[in-house]
Structure formats: structure tokens, C-alpha cells
Design a protein around this ligand. Structure first.
Ligand code: DGY
Length: 328
């Protein structure tokens, strides 16, 4: 019996790679940088399965180049790099890795929130640069968390885990936006679902956890920052394009908001010359929310399980377009 052919678009942890290699003929892209689109199309030409990353665009051109493709297993919970309707139309399953990166991502949201609120990036840079002259009563004053209001934009798994940490640890009052009510958040955190404008005007901390789709692209612009408190801290661990970065830079420079912590930007990587790096009250991490050993291992296992199910024509443990199954 011939083994399924699979292209893995980057080296992923062995826990996943070994499971795939045990059952399939695997071609792994060896470079640190992603395969260029044309190379990606060439590599998947004869493949039954593809492991993609959020840096790999899976679009109609790729699907057309890969007539045998049965499954795209995305090594991420987000899947905005995949044209899901096009995959569904072609009968290709799309898998993702929800759940296993919830805690790691919530930890980074809290880390960025604290770092921005307590001016950690700015003060550490100042210390290194010789600007730590003495202990100053008015030096690097930040914002307290205790008892303040947290606004969670997008109360999914990660939003909930972030709110739970901040409600439990600092007694923060929680407001949130979501497509529908969230009984767990209301019951366990005493949270209240509100409209976005109300959330922005009442929150001391705003943490973004909505996915990127046509309705959330550019959700945070000049008007939204102007609605926030001048003391507010803004955190984004979801996707960069939700934020108008020109408007964010202006809001930070002008004191419209107090500080920001970003794990995601547009583009990624954000070039070192970008104006946001020069703004002291903006902390930027290079998209590291899921970057822990255990989390990446768990993502690799889940990604492999999705891929192996897909090449065998079985239901994926985590599928974003299960309706494909109904078609075959
Ligand atoms: C995801 O899985 O969508 C994350 O952004 C990767 O860390």
C-alpha cells in the first residue's frame, strides 16, 4: 500500500513530526524562513496532506496546484492564512490547534499587560542606557491593576483564561464583547457583556482576543483609541491587522491612551525601523504567545493527529470545516 505524501512547511517539534513520519512520506521545509509561495505550490503538487503555519498562505492557487490534497493541518489555533471556503469547495479538510495554547497565550496577555502598565520595557531600556540616575519618587510611575476594570474583546477560550487570571489575581471587574452571552464568564467571573464602545470607555485595561476576519480587520482605529481612558492600557495577542497601527502610534504619542503591549503586528516581522518601536510606552514581543516547550509539543501532537486523520479520510480531532465530511 502506498504511503500518503505530506509536505510540512517548517520543522515542528519531533512529537508531531515523528508521528507523521511513521505513517507518511514526509518532505520537511528545512529553512528558518517560510517557503516562497511558488516553492510551496511545487512542494504540495503530489501531496495528500500539508502542515502549514500562519506564515503560509493556503489559497486557490495552492489548491489548484495540489489536486490530490485532502487535508491542510494548520500549526496554529488561528487560521486566517487559509482560504477556508476555497478548501471546503475543493473538499479539503482544514485542521487547527485550539485549547492547547490557551494558557500560554493568556500568560503572555497578562505579561504584556503588566509590562505596559508598569513601564517595564521603558525602564529596563533606560537602566541599560545609563538613565537610572537614582531612586526617584516620580520615576517611571505606572498603573495599578487591583480592583480596576478589564475589557476583554472576544470572550473565547483565551479571553476567558486571561480574564480569569486578572479577576482572580487582582480582583479586576470584567467587561467583555462576544457574539453571544457567555454563561461561564458571567457566573465564574461576574463578567458583563457590553457593546464595544461601552467596554472601551469604561475599561482601564483592554485585551484583544477576537479572531481576524473581515468584520474585525481595523477594529481599533483613532475613534476607538479616543473612546478609551487616557490612563488605559491596550493589549493585543490576537492578530495585528485588527489594529490601525498609525492610529495606535498617534494615540500613544499624544497620551490619548497610557501604554500598549503587542504580541502581534502588521506586518510580521515588524521592521526594526517601525515607529512603534521608538515609542517608549509600547512593548512589542515577536508573536511568542504559544512559545513554550510544552505548548509547542502539544500543538505538534494535535497538528499531527489532524493531518493523519485527514490523509486517512477520517474526521479530524479539530476541524474548522467539518461540513466537508458531509460532502463525501
Ligand atoms: C495561533 O496559534 O494562532 C497563534 O497565533 C500562534 O502562536
Amino acid at each position: 500500500m502506498t504511503r500518503p505524501k505530506v509536505f510540512v512547511a517548517r520543522r515542528i517539534p519531533d512529537e508531531g513530526l515523528n508521528a507523521i513520519a511513521a505513517a507518511c512520506d514526509v518532505d520537511v521545509w528545512p529553512d528558518r524562513l517560510p517557503p516562497p509561495p511558488e516553492e510551496l505550490r511545487n512542494r504540495v503538487r503530489d501531496c495528500d496532506g500539508l502542515v502549514s503555519l500562519l506564515t503560509d498562505r493556503v489559497d486557490v492557487d495552492l489548491l489548484t496546484a495540489a489536486p490530490k490534497l485532502k487535508v491542510v493541518s494548520n500549526f496554529a489555533v488561528g487560521f486566517n492564512n487559509v482560504d477556508v471556503p476555497a478548501c471546503t469547495a475543493r473538499g479539503v479538510f482544514v485542521g487547527n490547534t485550539p485549547g492547547v495554547l490557551t494558557d500560554a497565550t493568556a500568560d503572555i496577555a497578562v505579561t504584556l499587560l503588566l509590562a505596559a502598565a508598569r513601564r517595564l520595557g521603558e525602564s529596563a531600556t533606560d537602566a541599560k542606557a545609563g538613565r537610572w540616575l537614582t531612586w526617584e519618587p516620580l520615576g517611571w510611575l505606572g498603573r495599578d491593576l487591583r480592583g480596576r476594570t478589564l475589557g476583554i474583546v472576544g470572550m473565547g477560550r483565551i479571553g476567558f483564561a486571561t480574564a480569569k487570571r486578572l479577576h482572580g489575581g487582582w480582583g479586576m471587574k470584567v467587561l467583555y464583547t462576544a457574539r453571544g452571552p457567555k454563561a461561564d464568564a458571567d457566573r465564574e467571573l461576574g463578567a458583563t457583556r457590553v457593546a464595544l464602545d461601552e467596554l472601551l470607555s469604561q475599561s482601564d485595561f483592554v485585551s484583544v482576543h477576537a479572531d481576524l476576519n473581515p468584520t474585525t480587520k481595523g477594529l481599533f482605529g483613532a475613534a476607538q483609541f479616543a473612546t478609551m481612558k487616557p490612563s488605559a492600557v491596550f493589549v493585543n495577542t490576537s492578530r495585528g491587522p485588527l489594529v490601525d497601527q498609525v492610529a495606535l502610534a498617534e494615540a500613544l504619542r499624544s497620551g490619548t491612551i497610557f501604554a500598549a503591549g503587542l504580541d502581534v503586528t502588521e506586518p510580521e516581522p515588524l521592521p526594526p525601523s517601525h515607529e512603534l518601536y521608538a515609542i517608549p510606552n509600547c512593548v512589542i514581543a515577536p508573536h511568542i504567545a504559544s512559545a513554550t516547550v510544552d505548548t509547542r509539543n502539544a500543538m505538534a501532537r494535535l497538528c499531527a493527529n489532524n493531518l493523519l486523520a485527514g490523509v486517512r479520510g477520517e474526521p479530524l480531532p479539530h476541524c474548522v470545516n467539518p461540513e466537508v465530511g458531509g460532502r463525501t
